[in-house]
Design a protein around this ligand. Structure first.
Ligand code: NAD
Ligand code: UDX
Length: 460
């Protein structure tokens, strides 16, 4: 196997961008080109003003500042980058299918297939092709078949190297991963990828498996994480009717070292581009093998999550005297979690949709999400016309403006800065009684109650 000198990553998104930035930082002798069909995204990655990077991640700007133009490049010329590379990462999106067989559950692999066909068409020498995207188990079979049948007798070695970073902590996670997982068949190809990570990850944390274990492990890891959130969210509803407090229960349960304390934070429901998509995919795969009990088991994690979002919206309506018609509800947060500008599958979208059905007037403030993104998310649902979304929802760039004259505040994202606001001043400007619905258990109950707010938090 020849030495890896040039790497190409197809897909300059939330995974491709940060992952390649860190690999480039830790492997200064390897030239890395990240390519994307989205010209605006590539232009943003190349912007001199690092605050304009397309992705907000703490510490990413410093890594890009160090590597960009040295051994990290962002480009739109996909063919050239494929031609020159020894190793090609595929890091394109694999969303849930919205049409045809498997609609609403299966992963849409059209972007993956396009990449494979483009690699096969362009490649003139042997390549290692790395699945970085999250894929259904046995996708490597399909990739290999396309590559072998459409290229000109070139050798392709396929590896699976799923990414476990979480948004908001991407750089930290990349610097210090719990493990790096590499699945493959060809020992030399596996070793070439191991070497890349071994520049900074301790060898014992780089684990190698067969292709199918690696592909499946990614789906299973996300399913297990999401299952914990749905489990604690199910308990949160029980807490509300019994007088137990979900934070106390989570602490007591999580201190059992067999259970562990992480991912037991009750919330308005998990969001993000991964959990729902990957569990639906797991459910679809199980059903396609006629494993209905397995499919039903995992599907329940999604059902519980949908219930939690609806339940939060219904709690708002019910508490505000069974009507929110014409009432001004300020949303604090729109992103699916703090420290990211990503809104994919954010609980805020679904809670807003429910309240808009009840004719509420929503004013959104999020420190990192643009007004265009909020409207795109609502328009994408197709529940009402774009005009109606713009009539009922306003997006502002100042939290105090969002809350001024509001009947209620709803915390949808756990941005730390929300805790630092002057809640006394906010209360003075709100309609009375002033309600706060805390979907993230972020604020201080005793402080808000002392100020005279009617405060509701999940699981209390
Ligand atoms: P993303 O949508 O942010 O980025 C994907 C990029 O690929 C887009 O910019 C798109 O324009 C580009 N693209 C699509 N087809 C292309 C083609 N044929 N040629 C060139 N560019 C193309 O997606 P993401 O969040 O980075 O996720 C990518 C993959 O990684 C998914 O499979 C996802 O499940 C997985 N993943 C995501 C995360 C996460 O936190 N976002 C974490 C782990 C794994
Ligand atoms: C997830 C996985 O954590 C990561 O390993 C994988 O690579 C991609 O998918 P991400 O979606 O970026 O990462 O964020 P994560 O921190 O997992 O949060 C997902 C959702 O669950 C968020 O909406 C978050 O608010 C919610 N969550 C998480 C809870 O409600 N409670 C918790 O205890 C943890």
């Amino acid at each position: 196997m020849k030495q890896i000198k040039k790497i190409t990553c197809i897909g300059a998104g939330y995974v491709g961008g940060p992952t390649m930035s860190v690999i480039a930082q830790k492997n200064p002798d390897i030239q890395i080109t990240v390519v994307d069909v989205n010209k605006a995204r590539i232009a943003a990655w190349n912007d001199d003003d690092l605050s304009q990077l397309p992705i907000y991640e703490k510490g990413l700007d410093a890594v890009v500042a160090e590597t960009r133009g040295r051994n990290l490049f962002f480009d739109t010329d996909v063919d050239k980058a494929i031609d020159e590379a020894d190793m090609i990462f595929i890091s394109v999106n694999t969303p849930t299918k919205t049409y045809g067989k498997g609609k609403g559950q299966a992963a849409d692999l059209k972007f993956i297939e396009l990449c494979a066909r483009q690699i096969a068409a362009v490649a003139k020498d042997d390549k290692i092709v790395v699945e970085k995207s999250t894929l259904p188990v046995r996708t490597a079979d399909a990739l290999k078949s396309i590559l072998d049948n459409t290229s000109n007798g070139i050798n392709f070695h396929i590896l699976s190297n799923p990414e476990f970073l979480a948004e908001g902590t991407a750089i930290e996670d990349l610097y210090n991963p719990d493990r790096v997982l590499i699945g493959g068949e060809n020992i030399e190809a596996i070793e070439a990828l191991v070497q890349l990570y071994a520049q900074w990850v301790p060898r014992e944390r780089i684990i190698t498996t067969n292709l199918w274990s690696s592909e499946l492990s990614k789906l299973v890891a996300n399913a297990f994480l999401a299952q914990r959130v749905s489990s604690i969210n199910a308990v949160s509803e029980l807490c509300e009717v019994t007088g137990a407090n979900v934070e106390e229960v989570a602490k007591a349960v999580g201190m059992d070292s067999r259970i562990g304390s992480k991912f037991l934070k009750a919330s308005v429901g998990f969001g993000g581009s991964c959990f729902q998509k990957d569990i639906l995919n797991l459910v679809y795969i199980a059903r396609s093998y006629k494993l209905d009990a397995v499919a039903d088991y995992w599907e329940q994690v999604i059902i519980m999550n949908d219930h939690q979002k609806t339940r939060f919206a219904e709690k708002i309506v019910q508490t505000m005297y069974n009507t929110v018609n014409g009432k001004h509800i300020a949303f604090l947060g729109w992103a699916f979690k703090k420290d990211t500008n990503d809104t994919r599958e954010s609980a805020a979208i679904y809670v807003a949709d429910h309240l808009l059905d009840e004719e509420a007037q929503i004013v959104v403030y999020d420190p990192k999400v643009s007004p265009e993104q909020v409207y795109r998310d609502l328009d994408f649902l197709g529940t009402r016309t774009p005009e109606a979304n713009r009539r009922l929802v306003k997006v502002v760039d100042d939290p105090y403006t969002a809350l001024d004259g509001a009947h209620a505040a709803a915390v949808l994202t756990e941005w730390d800065v929300f805790k630092t606001y002057d809640w006394k001043q906010i209360k003075a400007g709100m309609k009375k009684p002033a309600f706060v619905f805390d979907g993230r258990k972020l604020l201080d109950r005793s402080q808000l109650e002392t100020l005279g707010f009617k405060y509701y938090a999940i699981g209390e």
